[in-house]
Ligand binder design. Structure first.
Ligand SMILES: [Zn+2]
Length: 408
């Protein structure tokens, strides 16, 4: 017994504890621990002499060969001068956890890289356990996170469940990091974030990029009167592509026979029209040329879309106001209803779009957030609850860097 305990001590190297007993069964290995220190530690950090009472608890550790490995210890409660009666803090796990820190860190590391079912299968636990570990530990990682100074932020709303379930996401343009997430998409969601900042931090923010939301705009005008409001190129192009979609759908509805497209081709054509001209492969390029030549409205809408894309790549930003002004005039005069409506919208957002170009606000942050959230959903993490999705967004985009427990 003495030999096997020594062997497990050297093998597991549990911090602050030594092995007193090992039981190996067909499916499990159970390792009983004794803490090295005589003093008990409260989660607040206070060290206390003598326990209050004790209760046996098991923590799941990383598997040993094919066996599940459990750490067993009679965990004690203590009477802390600061907190009263609390359960002691053990060095191998986070407070309240039933898995060791190493197990949880492995979950976090894997969750950033692969789908939830794979993580659960590999670690032989329920996928609810994976979600619960992520939700709980991300909070701790967020407390340790150090954010630098923030000058330019981007705000976006994402719908995580239809209908009307939204999260407001605040990111930093310099690092592409998500700084904060709040439920909802109203004035309050963003105001809560602004209120959390110090007066100096608020004064440091020179620009806030957003979609066309009036809620975000009024929250920003109210709380950050000195900041410039910008409209993300991502959203402006989204409005433009929607207008193009409408023109295409209307043309298809009235002259479907002229186009001679199957429903599969119809979808392909719509995607091809949205795609930037330089990114089209030869087949799609041909499709776009054919459709835009065949129908005047589609041709006009497509060319206008491409011209608006060029606005965000303009070499000399001082030319941007004139370029946009002319674009709006042409769209308004086109006689094509979705383009006329878009012209009105861009007119309303004129200053914010020009500010975006002058400050060089890019698509990267909002595009990154949107792409990552699609990936998180596709991998099966939290499309149902705000908490699960929030934790995953922080884990993947929050500037957290969970490490694998294996020291190299
Ligand atoms: Zn305490």
């Amino acid at each position: 017994m003495r030999f096997i305990s020594t062997a497990f001590n050297r093998l597991l190297q549990i911090p602050g504890a030594s092995v007193t007993d090992v039981v190996i069964t067909e499916r499990e290995v159970e390792v009983t621990l004794r803490p090295s220190s005589r003093l008990l530690q409260c989660p607040c950090g206070q060290r206390v002499r003598g326990g209050y009472d004790r209760r046996r608890r098991r923590w799941r550790h990383l598997d040993l060969a094919s066996r599940k490995l459990w750490l067993v210890y009679d965990i004690r409660r203590l009477n802390c001068p600061n907190c009263g009666v609390r359960t002691e803090q053990v060095p191998w796990s986070r407070p309240g956890a039933r898995h060791t820190r190493d197990f949880e860190d492995t979950v976090l590391w894997l969750a950033r890289r692969t789908d939830r079912t794979s993580v659960a299968t590999l670690l032989r636990c329920a996928w609810e356990t994976v979600t619960a570990i992520i939700n709980r530990t991300v909070e701790e990682l967020l407390d340790e996170r150090r954010l630098g100074e923030i000058y330019r932020i981007g705000v976006d709303e994402i719908c995580y469940r239809h209908p009307h379930k939204y999260l407001t996401i605040i990111g930093d343009h310099a690092t592409g990091t998500v700084i904060d997430i709040h439920p909802g998409r109203g004035v309050d969601s963003l105001t809560t974030f602004y209120d959390k900042l110090t007066a100096e931090q608020r004064a440091d923010i020179e620009a806030v990029s957003m979609d066309g939301s009036t809620a975000f705009r009024s929250a920003t005008e109210d709380k950050l009167p000195g900041a410039t409001i910008c409209y993300d190129p991502f959203h402006v192009m989204q409005w433009t592509n929607r207008a193009l979609d409408e023109v295409f759908a209307a043309a298809m509805a009235t002259n479907r026979a002229d186009f001679n497209l199957s429903s599969g081709q119809w979808r392909k054509a719509r995607t091809a029209l949205r795609t930037g001209a330089e990114r089209l492969n030869p087949t799609r390029g041909h499709l776009v040329r054919t459709i835009t030549a065949q129908n005047h409205a589609i041709g006009t809408a497509w060319r206008m879309k491409e011209q608006l894309r060029q606005l965000f790549r303009i070499a000399d930003p001082t030319r941007a106001p004139r370029y946009l002004r002319r674009w709006i005039q042409r769209a308004a005069a086109s006689g094509i209803r979705p383009l006329v409506q878009l012209a009105r919208r861009l007119e309303l957002h004129f200053d914010g779009i020009i500010a975006t170009i002058e400050l060089g606000i890019s698509n990267a942050l909002i595009e990154g957030i949107n792409a990552k959230i699609r990936l998180i959903n596709a991998r099966g993490y939290g499309h149902h609850s705000a908490e699960a999705l929030t934790s995953m967004i922080y884990l993947c985009l929050g500037g957290l860097n969970p490490k694998l427990p294996t020291k190299t």
